[in-house]
Design a binder for this molecule. Structure first.
Ligand code: NAD
Ligand code: GLY
Length: 290
């Protein structure tokens, strides 16, 4: 297991990356305020991984509740968010209960926003299960839901207390989702890590073949890059905007086509090409760079 740190002073937190972490309640317990946890997951991830996470916690004496949301970007909305609050209230969860988001970026973004709002803020842990969420969305505290008029338009900066990235969960991820996640991995190479970009150009086949060592290295290097940017500019006053490479076009694609038509990473990949082409037309970079 590798552990990185997101250096945010009193709100600093670890990112654990490795295999077999889902059942490791010992990694979660130090970050709980009380022995109560509310798990947010969805109808795809829940059947695969909820019991493993839950059993580890219950065996360690933690009382758990859970809500299983409908799957997909089209459900990253008010109605689905309200289902999280319904569960938290029905289970009489307190401000000291910890919300654990188990799933991809959609579950993580919605779970984090619910945690920011419930009783004006409850502790929150990210357990990301897609490549995209392990390298990007689980780190840095951006939480949100979509609005029909714009993606991620309603949300909050709200940092988790822990990110637990179990690489084993990627075994069940469809190839299309793996490719989409790679768009955000490549982004780090393009914006600030040329050595990583060169490594990616040599190792893309290994990553698509799910070579565990290659995946672990790419996730760690991506998280290291993200943690550094977030620590320098938590609320995107400047440098953090670099992480949005390709996202202006990408979000327009997602909103324009309807959420879920294109995967987020696919839209970011196309958006990155469009941003490069725009930069060329503005005379900022040459054709070779595009
Ligand atoms: P997602 O959460 O929709 O997950 C992709 C699909 O894979 C879903 O169908 C999901 O149920 C399924 N899935 C998840 N884990 C699985 C597993 N282990 N095995 C099999 N299936 C699994 O999409 P995503 O790509 O993870 O995240 C995209 C979202 O993240 C977008 O809403 C985007 O806006 C957001 N995002 C947020 C940030 C941030 O900083 N907060 C950064 C990047 C992206
Ligand atoms: N994914 C963009 C950010 O975290 O700032």
């Amino acid at each position: 297991m590798q552990t990185l740190n997101v250096a945010l002073g009193e709100r600093a937190y670890p990112i654990h990356i490795g295999r077999g972490l889902l059942g490791r309640a010992d990694l979660i317990l130090p970050h709980l305020k009380t022995q109560r946890v509310a798990i947010v997951t969805n109808e795809v991830v829940g059947p695969l991984y909820l019991e493993r996470l839950r059993a580890g916690l219950e065996d360690a004496g933690v009382r758990t509740a859970a809500v299983v949301l409908p799957d997909g970007e089209a459900h990253k909305d008010w109605e689905t968010l309200a289902r999280i609050f319904d569960m938290l209230l029905a289970e009489r969860c307190e401000r000291s209960t910890t919300l654990v988001a188990l799933g991809g970026g959609v579950v993580g973004d919605m779970g984090g926003f619910a945690a920011a709002c419930y009783q004006r803020g409850m502790p929150f842990i990210q357990v990301p299960t897609t490549l995209l969420s392990q390298v990007d969305s689980s780190v840095g505290g951006k939480t949100a839901i979509n609005h029909p008029l714009g993606k991620n338009m309603i949300g909050a900066f709200y940092q988790p207390r822990l990110v637990l990235a179990d690489i084993d969960t990627l075994d069940t991820l469809p190839d299309r989702e793996l490719s989409a996640g790679l768009a955000e991995v490549i982004k780090y190479g393009l914006i600030r890590d040329p050595g990583f970009l060169a490594w990616l150009e040599l190792n893309l086949d290994r990553l698509m073949a799910r070579d565990t060592d290659a995946l672990a290295w790419a996730i760690e290097r991506s998280c290291r890059n993200k943690a550094e940017v977030v620590a320098a500019d938590e609320t995107e006053q400047g440098e953090r905007a670099l992480l949005n490479l390709g996202h202006t076009f990408g979000h327009a694609i997602e909103t324009g086509l309807g959420y879920g038509e294109w995967l987020h990473g696919e839209a970011v990949a196309a958006g990155t090409m469009m941003a490069a082409e725009l930069s060329r037309r503005l005379g900022w970079i040459d054709a070779a760079a595009v």
